[in-house]
Design a protein around this ligand. Structure first.
Ligand code: SF4
Length: 371
């Protein structure tokens, strides 16, 4: 697959009460044209900050976001000055920034708060076009009507205001706004988390259909691993600001190579209420970002931790082709994937038995646990 976006050593630091900590810590990965790469992890792991830094919603402390316009172009023009080049999106200014911004857009978690209540849907969708170029009125009208139709909105919707729409329709407006400029990279930050379960499937399928039709690459930030398994080509797992595992979806779900991924997979909801699966409960609490452990960041919670883990930071290494893990024992450990976390049939109703089907992974991971 063609490399479209290359994230290199991206770091975003924040200062709290006099101490500085990295919310995103030296993150590197690539996003290929037309693929979906999901970023998962519990609340506070830095996945949303990563997305906002990539689209320049907030400034990076260091690192680069290299974009290859050629990989995005349907028919790259060889005479184009950018032909064959990578552009550091984070260093662009003025007209160059506006031009590349057309290609890199974002869909937000809360469709209502991300839409200006005083603007009509037409103007909301047209806004990125007008902000990044000088299109004629007829061009704006053509492109807004075209993308509205693609996301399932009709002409009468465009005259109305956001408050008169349901959550799912509002997210369709948000998707149209992100795509109206012809974007090839979409950062979708928890794009379906705020929606009713019945609406989620519609929006997920819409995103997949648009990807097939328009060749968009998604960086899909999420915590629901069931959705991630369905929508993703590859998955990156983040913990305390770092990517600790990255692999193709099937590989990561069947044969994880990082103990934190094993924990996340054991908390994936089980749809059959008569079936329960063994959960792997990590030790203790998530460390404060301002007091990060030495060595491996997961060492204070990992059941496999040794002295080596507490003293030396494991690098993110390729353990199988295309499968990366930041664990000293990634090759030695035999970790349980989703299928291997074998569900047990519950023979008798057990009032005290823990059924985890409704417990989100984040809640599970943040609750105090015995060592
Ligand atoms: Fe656990 Fe050690 Fe691997 Fe870290 S390096 S995930 S502490 S086994």
């Amino acid at each position: 697959m063609t490399e479209l976006l290359r994230i290199e050593n991206l770091t975003k630091e924040f200062s709290v009460a006099g101490s500085t900590f990295p919310a995103v810590d030296d993150v590197s990965f690539t996003l290929h044209a037309g693929e979906t790469l999901s970023v998962v992890g519990e609340s506070g792991c830095g996945k949303s900050t990563l997305g906002r830094v990539i689209v320049r919603g907030i400034d990076a402390t260091s690192g680069r976001v290299l974009y290859s316009p050629d990989a995005a172009a349907d028919d790259p023009a060889p005479q184009d000055a950018t032909a064959g080049k990578e552009i550091d999106f984070l260093s662009l200014k003025g007209r160059q920034l506006k031009a590349v911004r057309q290609d890199i857009q974002m869909i937000f978690q809360d469709p209502l708060s991300s839409l200006d209540p005083r603007m009509t849907v037409f103007d909301i969708i047209a806004e990125p076009l007008r902000a990044t170029s000088r299109p004629s009125r007829s061009e704006v009208r053509r492109r807004v009507f075209d993308i509205a139709q693609k996301v399932g909105l009709d002409a009468s919707h465009l005259r109305r205001y956001p408050h008169s729409f349901s959550g799912g329709q509002r997210q369709r407006i948000g998707i149209a706004r992100a795509l109206v400029t012809g974007a090839k990279v979409i950062v979708a930050d928890e794009a379906v988390s705020a929606l009713d379960v019945s609406i989620r499937a519609q929006i997920i399928n819409l995103l997949k259909d648009l990807q097939d039709e328009l060749g968009i690459a998604y960086l899909f930030i999420a915590h629901d691993l069931s959705i991630v398994e369905y929508i993703s080509d590859r998955v990156a797992v983040m913990y305390l600001g770092q990517v600790v595992e990255l692999a193709e979806t099937d590989q990561l779900f069947s044969t994880p190579h990082h103990p934190y991924t094993e924990v996340l997979l054991s908390a994936v909801p089980q749809p059959d209420p008569e079936v329960r699966r063994e959960r792997i409960v990590p030790r203790g609490e998530v460390p404060s970002p301002t007091q990060r452990p030495a060595g491996c960041l997961f060492s204070t919670r990992c059941h496999y931790a040794t002295e080596l883990c507490r003293n030396e930071t494991p690098p993110l290494q390729e353990v199988e082709p295309g499968h990366y893990s930041a664990c000293h024992f990634a090759r030695e450990l035999s970790l349980r994937g989703l299928a291997a976390v074998a569900p047990e049939r519950v023979e008798q109703p057990q009032v005290e038995a823990e059924h985890y089907s409704e417990v989100p992974a984040e809640e599970h991971l943040s609750s105090p646990k015995p060592a």
